[in-house]
Design a binder for this molecule. Structure first.
Ligand code: ASP
Ligand code: MG
Length: 402
């Protein structure tokens, strides 16, 4: 008998029927002899709906009130799931983040967990009851309700798995696992049975939407085994875990793409110490999440700097960059919202030459121009035209025999 944390995303609990199916699955796990702690997201698209509602009521959205509003979504789902469990003869108790012992800082709408005191959950488990915890929430040191941010329920689940010494953390979602490419673009994409934490982190940082990146970081730090699987087929999914030394490392494991970013270029920048420092300090202070950065070698004392930012941050980034460009007498700023990124991820890249060459040859043969390149030890990313990214993913998936 072991303890398993089971987290159900919004689509898994979208309506009464889905909630009853989830209850069935939890009940089956219990009957199998395992203890379960359940974590739930808000039903369906409720989080988006609550945020929209706030905007419809007022332009002022104080963080404290936003957190009180948003966390109501998860709270509702916990109570309903408990009722469905009772119906099946499984004693279950709902818990808010605060009741579950999540102590956070005061950063409303994106709070960080400071401490976890899950005594009430442990007591419930000892009494043979199944705790159902609202995801993505806690209570601040000021005793206000806090929200851990979008996708925060994954983090709730991983933190609980760690604190309770669970065997594993199952993340139930609407896809059957982690794939070698987005199956909507590449019908022959395969579900991977295992993937290392490092590869999963690179994938989430490069556009793979699930699981939430922060939760994968925690899982790696704490050694929590993740099992990403479907709440629609209930079949085994993908295990995300420590790489085993015996494991044959695939040179390339997956192709990931991301269309959520835009590119900003400052040209004619004087090549002097401190310019990049100022630009990226200004962007950081405006909480712009800069991703890829490329600076050219300088010619005649001037250079170009390009970087990518999320689409939502583009207007602000342009304004900041344009103001600085004037001040330092750079020749101009341009931006481009029509880009996309395609990335190859693979732990075996570290020790195998030729991956970059084959990547570039494949894109060249397809007539796809590469606008920016960046790499890590286990990733190669290229910025291409957004209109060509689908083809880029397909060609690379084939070229690397995925
Ligand atoms: N319901 C929240 C969201 O949609 C939290 C979560 O699901 O992780 O972001
Ligand atoms: Mg959600």
């Amino acid at each position: 008998m072991s303890l398993i944390v089971q987290k159900f995303g919004g689509t898994s609990v979208a309506d009464p029927e889905r909630i009853r199916e989830v209850a069935d699955h939890v009940a089956r796990t219990r009957r199998h002899g395992d203890d379960v702690v359940v974590v739930v997201s808000a039903m369906g698209k409720e989080t988006d709906e609550l945020i929209r509602l706030a905007g419809a009521v007022s332009k002022v959205r104080p963080g404290r009130e936003m957190d009180m509003l948003i966390t109501a979504g998860e709270r509702k789902a916990t109570a309903l799931l408990c009722m469905a469990l009772h119906d099946l003869g499984i004693p279950a108790d709902s818990f808010t983040g605060s009741q579950a012992g999540f102590i956070t800082d005061n950063t409303h709408t994106n709070a960080k967990i400071l401490e976890l005191r899950p005594e009430r959950l442990q007591a419930a488990l000892r009494d043979g009851r199944t705790p159902v915890v609202g995801g993505a929430q806690g209570v601040s040191s000021d005793r206000d309700v806090t929200f851990l941010g979008r996708g925060g329920s994954d983090t709730t689940a991983v933190a609980l798995a760690h604190a309770l010494g669970a065997h594993s953390c199952e993340l139930y979602t609407d896809v059957p696992g982690v794939f070698t490419a987005d199956p909507r673009l590449v019908p022959s994409a395969r579900r991977m049975s295992t993937i290392s934490f490092d590869e999963m982190l690179e994938m989430t940082a490069s556009g793979c939407p699930k699981p939430a990146m922060r939760s994968v970081e925690f899982a790696r730090t704490w050694g929590v085994k993740l099992h990403v699987r479907s709440a629609f087929t209930w079949e085994p999914g993908t295990w995300v875990q420590e790489e085993e030394p015996s494991m044959e490392q695939a040179v390339v494991s997956a192709v990931v793409h991301d269309t959520s970013e835009a590119k900003v270029t400052v040209s004619g920048v004087p090549d002097q110490p401190g310019i990049a420092a100022r630009l990226f300090r200004l962007l950081a202070d405006a909480a712009v999440n800069v991703d890829m950065i490329v600076q050219n070698t300088s010619e005649h004392g001037i250079t170009d700097i390009s970087f990518t930012v999320p689409h939502d941050d583009l207007p602000q980034s342009e304004a900041i960059t344009t103001a600085l460009a004037t001040e330092i007498s750079a020749s101009g700023v341009s931006s481009d919202a029509g880009i996309a990124r395609v990335s190859l991820i693979g732990a075996g890249m570290k020790s195998n030459p030729g991956v970059a060459a084959l990547t570039f040859e494949t894109l060249a043969a397809a007539g796809i121009n590469i606008e920016m390149i960046s790499t890590s030890a286990i990733r190669i990313s290229c910025i291409v035209r957004q209109s060509q990214v689908e083809q880029a993913v397909q060609e690379l998936h084939t070229a690397f025999g995925l």
